[in-house]
Ligand binder design. Structure first.
Ligand code: HEM
Length: 500
């Protein structure tokens, strides 16, 4: 059987998928359809919300003041009785079984760390919430007042219709809800001080010449021909395929960031290696920045290490420009084009692991290039100030979008926990350690990652007597919760709302 590639109807795709919103205020609300909820109740809830659901059509200059998007967990989807019970099996195992399942944990590795383990997620209510979380509503607004109005509207409808709100954080933190924060007084910053919102993986699929490339959605939208990537596949004409069409999965992951540990780590390394690195001619604060850049692959102002090996540059250019790639620069006129790439950007720097772009991969990884995901994250919790540890909750509200949770999101997570994807003949290494920012450090206990080391090697240029330095990666993150949601197409949301 064959079918031709069709360009998706943007009106049927939830807006969050095809565009990164820049609304500065958002709240991510979790609900359970509570036992005994009648389908009329959930229909009434989704019907109330329907007029506010944002699609992917261009809004031109009329930026919505407030809007929302809707995600369903598999348990939520099953309760809606829209997809026939016999067809539910057509959804992929990762989505059906949830991110706490053995299959997903083989890459996510939260189970190995008592501070991240799924039973402790959602403010300690992991097992109960993992089983009873049915939908996540992502609410966005231009002002705080507009957000408050929208959140009140959503929660009033939820209460009226018998849905139970799940509060994922401790009550001391914004009443337990996941509100976006602006940190370091800068909408583009995230905790640890890095700049976000610069680059996204390209949407085109390698090796599919002749297909639309600018908007080749197959990695991200479900139900298109020529794509065995997204699941259910394009030839599923049953109620599962129909419901999932134009949908996308969202790996919704809440990650606590230990800014105190991060700050101390870069300070300690700057002191410890001051003599070895004195030939760089950097002051101690500049050396701290140098270490922060080596962990991430970008300077904290966003400029790529590949073009600026010594100090942050001004070339914070969005997109997939040459400076965001990882092979030797083909243009010999670019600064430092002759420096081996590992010496500019370590192989295990976060952006390099999460999207190795043009770096050669181990042949066991196939020939399709690195998997890609779309990121729609934002920080929660206040900026860390001072030098004393506080017990305030802060971190990342991560929305990682893809058409195939195991082949994209979990594949990348596996690499972040265990960097075994580089091509050894080219890079001379097979098992370097973990992603220097991400990576569950307790994954060393996992039988899936034999020989995992927390040594992070930073190759040095211009120092023939010391070719590299090695630091031990610190523990910087804890997983506070994860849900796998389907962001259904608008036609399916209309069905959920009883409108069709
Ligand atoms: C608290 C946790 C995290 C921090 C602090 C962090 C930090 C960053 C930063 C600073 C960037 C560069 C921003 C930009 O280019 O706009 C970035 C890019 C990226 N991150 Fe993360 N990240 C985190 C979690 C994750 C997770 C969980 C994943 C995936 C599973 C991920 C995947 C990516 C990808 C794919 C990119 C784009 C890289 C590129 O295209 O060059 N990140 N991250």
């Amino acid at each position: 059987m064959s079918a031709s590639f069709a360009t998706p109807d943007r009106a049927n795709v939830q807006g969050l998928i095809l565009r990164g919103y820049t609304h500065p205020f958002s709240c991510h609300l979790l609900f359970s359809f509570s036992t005994g909820a009648k389908s009329a109740d959930t229909k009434s809830f989704f019907n109330d919300l329907y007029p506010k659901v944002q699609n992917s059509l261009d809004w031109g200059t009329n930026k919505p003041v407030s809007m929302l998007n809707i995600g369903l967990t598999f348990n939520g989807l099953s309760l809606l009785n829209i997809v026939a019970q016999n067809d539910l099996i057509n959804f992929p195992a990762s989505y059906r079984q949830g991110p706490w399942s053995g299959g997903s944990q083989a890459s996510l590795a939260d189970v190995f760390d008592p501070d991240s383990t799924p039973s402790g997620w959602w403010n300690g209510n992991g097992d109960a919430v993992n089983a009873s979380l049915h939908c996540v509503i992502h609410a966005y607004a231009l002002t705080n007042n507009d957000l408050t109005t929208l959140v009140n509207f959503i929660t009033t409808s939820a209460t009226k219709n018998g849905l139970k709100e799940i509060l994922p954080l401790a009550p001391t933190n914004s009443g337990g809800r996941l509100y976006q924060s602006i940190v370091y007084n800068d909408q583009n910053k995230i905790h640890f001080g890095y700049t976000d919102g610069i680059s996204e993986p390209s949407l085109s699929i390698p090796g599919t010449a002749g297909l639309p490339t600018a908007e080749d959605y197959s990695n991200f939208l479900i139900g298109y021909a020529n794509s065995s990537i997204s699941e259910p596949g394009p030839f599923d004409t049953s109620t599962s395929g129909v419901f999932a069409k134009d949908g996308c999965y969202n790996a919704f992951r809440i990650i606590y960031q230990d800014v105190y540990n991060f700050n101390n780590f870069i300070k300690d390394q700057a002191k410890k290696f001051a003599d070895t690195l004195s030939y760089l001619g950097l002051s101690e604060p500049e050396l701290e920045e140098w270490f922060a850049a080596k962990l991430c692959g970008r300077w904290r102002n966003g400029s790529p290490l590949m073009l600026n090996p010594l100090k942050p540059g001004n070339d914070v250019t969005p997109g997939t420009g040459e400076g965001f790639g990882y092979t030797e620069l083909s243009d010999p006129t670019l600064p430092n084009a002759d420096i081996p790439s590992g010496a500019r950007c370590p192989f295990s720097a976060h952006t390099r692991v999460a999207n190795p772009r043009n770096q050669a991969l181990d042949s066991s990884e196939g020939s399709n290039g690195p998997p890609r995901i779309l990121r729609r994250g934002m920080p929660y919790g206040p900026t860390f100030e001072g030098t004393t540890r506080d017990d305030v909750d802060r971190g990342l509200i991560g929305l990682f979008l893809c058409g195939n949770l195991s082949g994209q999101f979990e594949k990348i997570y596996g690499w972040m926990n265990y960097n075994n994807f580089s091509d050894p003949p080219v890079y001379g290494i097979k098992h370097p350690p973990q992603d220097a920012l991400l990576g569950n450090r307790k994954a060393v206990l996992s039988p899936n990652f034999p020989g995992l080391t927390l040594d992070f090697t930073i190759p040095l240029e211009g120092n023939s007597s010391v070719p590299s330095i090695t630091v031990t990666l610190p523990s910087l993150l804890k997983t506070r919760g994860t849900a796998y949601c389907l962001l259904p197409g608008m036609a399916s949301i209309a069905k959920m709302a009883g409108r069709s």
